[in-house]
Ligand binder design. Sequence first.
Ligand code: FAD
Length: 501
Amino acid sequence: MKQKTSVVIIGGGPAGLSAALTLSDEKIPATVFEADPIYLGGISRTVRHGDYLTDIGGHRFFSKSPEIEGFWSRILGDDLLQRPRSSRILYRGKLFSYPLKALEVLKKIGYGESILCTISYMKSHFIPIKPARTFEDWVVNRFGKRLFQIFFKTYTEKVWGIPCDQISADWAAQRINSLSLGVAILNALTPWRNNSRKVKTLVESFRYPRKGPGMMWEVCAKKFISAGGMVVMGSPVDRLSWDKSASQWTVEGSNANGLRFKHQATDVVSTMPLRDLIPALDPPASAAALQAANGLRYRDFITISVVVEEGKNGNGDDIFQENWLYIHDPSVRVGRIQNYKSWSPELVPAPIPGQPSRTFLGVEYFCFKGDGLWESTDHELIALAKKELLATGILKNPEHFIEAFVNRQEKAYPVYDDTYQDHVATIRDEIAIHYPGLHVSGRNGMHKYNNQDHAMMTGILTARNIIAGENLWDVWRVNQDAEYLETRSGLGGLIDPPVKT
Ligand SMILES: Cc1cc2nc3c(=O)[nH]c(=O)nc-3n(C[C@H](O)[C@H](O)[C@H](O)COP(=O)(O)OP(=O)(O)OC[C@H]3O[C@@H](n4cnc5c(N)ncnc54)[C@H](O)[C@@H]3O)c2cc1C
């Protein structure tokens, strides 16, 4: 006899909570188990340090999908601010506007270098590398070796920790941002060209919760709870057992006090990393699936949130006003720096009359657990951030560095290396064949380099499949590359075309 549907959701991030709310709208009983003892929102959480609020990376709320935009409006309404988008690139001590401006590029990289970039572009245009196997080949073919070295190599290698000649060309093709950056530079350097690769207008503004991205997920969880759902914090799931005869899942884990918990359901929505999910399954997954899961890699991420005094007279002169700066400079390890106040003034406490105003910077480092940086003490990381803020000239006076806090984010980025697609395909088949009622969603949950909107869409479609009692939607077809979605033409939604399987 088919049991009444009930659902366990592993993870209280955007994917898990979007699935949760969608299920509660249809009165399907659901329980969310979240590993973190304090914060909801996963990578999209907001971390509190006294009165200062940290976003783990700046989280723009922007989607091509009216449904996702509607979801966000429904949750936060007027608490969503409309923010202008502004960023610049720091390269060899010079700040370049982004999108690039022709005259500024010419002036700042110098006329001599500009001519060399143009010659190098021409060379690649007429004698491309064939076949283009790697990210480096792909970018050099499109923009020339010199532009590759100035605007692509350092930042890409900082983000991924892999030399550009070891990143696959397929991955490059998906990185729309890189394409638009290159096209922008080329347009700046070769204004006579008039081809189809003009940059589409960048989204010039985005929405942002006034208390940071976590506000979205905290309010979403409240709505879910008031509709009858349950959220259990500090409860990492470590075992999922499928009882074929009872058509039932038992999900287990340990809570913050070390006590074991067990919960039963007909369906499980997992947003936990695939690498952790597969070895937690019972009956055990096949050797091939275990090996595939073990082969998945992730890039980790550290943000050092720094309180600084703004300008000698508190006039803000010393600190950049953009949302963030990309640090292309190879002489420092920092990859990006956020100015949280430019995201929302409410991330920073109100100024105290008569005292210099303060701002809050996110100094971001991409790393791998085990590479030394991750293992550094907080004290060492804070010293590094201070040193590099001064070295880049962003902070001019060491005395303006007031205090700092360290935030570590494990598995911030699923790595797209040469083998990940095969590994994901193996896991996907294994789950489809052997584990009915187990649904994977979200970023690490599907090993997809997704933004919130795509992660949410996979959660929502998964919930709809559960509500329908059949797989109407193939969540694997939700488009992968969200971050620079706005630069893509002809893309009306997040899944193309809407499919029935
Ligand atoms: C630096 C950076 C900048 C970004 N900028 C943007 C942006 O501008 N705009 C945007 O839309 N997106 C952005 N993103 C992407 C966004 O953070 C993710 O797409 C989104 O958070 C993914 O949601 P998720 O629910 O799939 O996963 P997650 O956010 O990873 O949430 C998963 C949750 O599951 C929990 N969990 C894991 N394992 C277990 C377990 N065993 N048991 C119980 N719970 C578990 C985790 O604690 C976490 O809360 C950015 C990401 C990064 C790293």
